[in-house]
Design a protein around this ligand. Structure first.
Ligand code: CU
Length: 367
């Protein structure tokens, strides 16, 4: 169903879903999670002294890791397949670096980066005529990969993020964290153009094709020069005038510390891992009708795409309205929203593995 009041004019609308994929190829997401939970400390457990192995084991006891006890036991007695897996990194990716993401770009190796479920060697093909104006709906559905997206030979006009309009911004490429969405308008030339999603910091790409005329199919590894052109992230965008929050001091301020790290894989919020068995244990309380400021204070060495359910916050005082925003390592991002949707809502990192291990919190309304 199209919005009858849609103010943008375009000829066609294409949904572009980006995803990092390994299930059934190199393992399963559960296999990945098990390896990550062993932590980077666990990789050296075989050489660890008895006492430090004990303390590692103790740490992991808090995390509910299942392989820990057997791994520690194996290190001090006989080798086992699980201790062998603990030493190697079947899934863990070391050295994925991105200046745009402030350092560590991601932790998981993926055999495939998909656009609309297809690999670059057998890509999705969007066909239309030259000169058509297209609305692209870019969605990052990945678990541990930010994508830098470009359409070869074109600039993109960003119009929306996370469903809310922004002041239009021309870019060569846009960086999209897990859970983020961007809409872009583009008027197409006459040929075959790769639409490429660079797995940020991971030296791999996904690709789809836009075909408006004749031309040979580009190589699956093709990288448009636009990927290294003007790149925009959400912090550089401004909300459209009609969705900017009316200026008003915050009634409530919450400091949301993003905590944890790779050593013991203890990602958390305010030092507390979310407990699925006791979800209402330590909620972040808000009051209906109040203007709330949340300061996401990233104390970690990794970026986190922070997603709040039930609300659309604003970045800073005039930034875009969003529900998922990249918080860079060692930085603080302040977001504002009006508490106008009573209920109990999740606030979590949209890195699937960070969220799963406990980087989540409950935002609840005072009754
Ligand atoms: Cu995270």
């Amino acid at each position: 169903m199209e919005d009858p009041k849609e103010p943008l004019s375009y000829d066609e609308e294409w949904v572009v879903v980006l995803d990092d994929w390994l299930d059934g190829v190199t393992g399963t997401p559960d296999d990945v999670f098990a390896e990550l939970q062993r932590g980077m400390g666990g990789m050296h457990m075989g050489e660890a002294s008895g006492s430090s192995a004990d303390s590692s084991g103790h740490d992991r006891g808090h995390m509910g890791g299942t392989d820990m006890d057997s791994g520690t036991g194996a290190a001090s007695s006989s080798p086992s397949p699980s201790s062998g897996a603990g030493m190697s990194t079947r899934f863990m990716l070391m050295g994925a670096r991105s200046p745009l993401l402030g350092g560590d770009a991601g932790d998981v190796k993926y055999p495939h980066h998909l656009i609309n479920g297809r690999v670059p060697a057998d890509p999705e093909v969007f066909r239309t005529k030259p000169g058509k104006r297209i609305r692209l709906r870019l969605i990052n559905a990945g678990g541990d990969t930010a994508y830098r997206v470009s359409l070869s030979g074109h600039r993109l006009t960003l119009t929306h993020t996370d469903g809310f309009p922004i002041r239009h911004q021309q870019v060569d490429a846009v960086l999209i964290g897990m859970g983020e969405r961007y809409d872009a308008l583009v008027t197409l030339g006459d040929s075959v153009f790769p639409l490429v999603a660079l797995a940020e910091g991971k030296d791999a790409t996904g690709m789809a094709l836009v075909r408006t005329g004749s031309g040979s199919t580009p190589k699956p590894t093709m990288r448009p020069t636009e990927l290294d052109g003007t790149i925009v992230t959400a912090s550089q965008l401004r909300a459209a005038d009609d969705v900017r929050l009316p200026s008003k001091p915050a009634d409530q301020v919450h400091r949301i510390e993003l905590t944890g790290g790779m050593m013991t894989y203890n990602w958390a919020i305010n030092g507390k891992r979310f407990d699925m068995d006791n979800p209402t244990a330590s909620p972040i309380m808000v009051e209906q009708g109040r203007r709330v400021r949340m300061d996401f204070v990233n104390t970690t060495t990794m970026w986190h795409p922070m997603h709040l359910h039930g609300h659309t916050y604003q970045l800073g005082t005039g930034g875009p309205r969003k529900d998922t925003a990249i918080v860079l390592p060692r930085k603080t991002l302040s977001v504002f929203f009006d508490a106008d949707n009573p209920g109990q809502w999740m606030l979590h990192c949209h890195n699937a593995y960070h969220g799963e291990v406990g980087m989540m919190a409950l935002v609840a309304y005072q009754s």
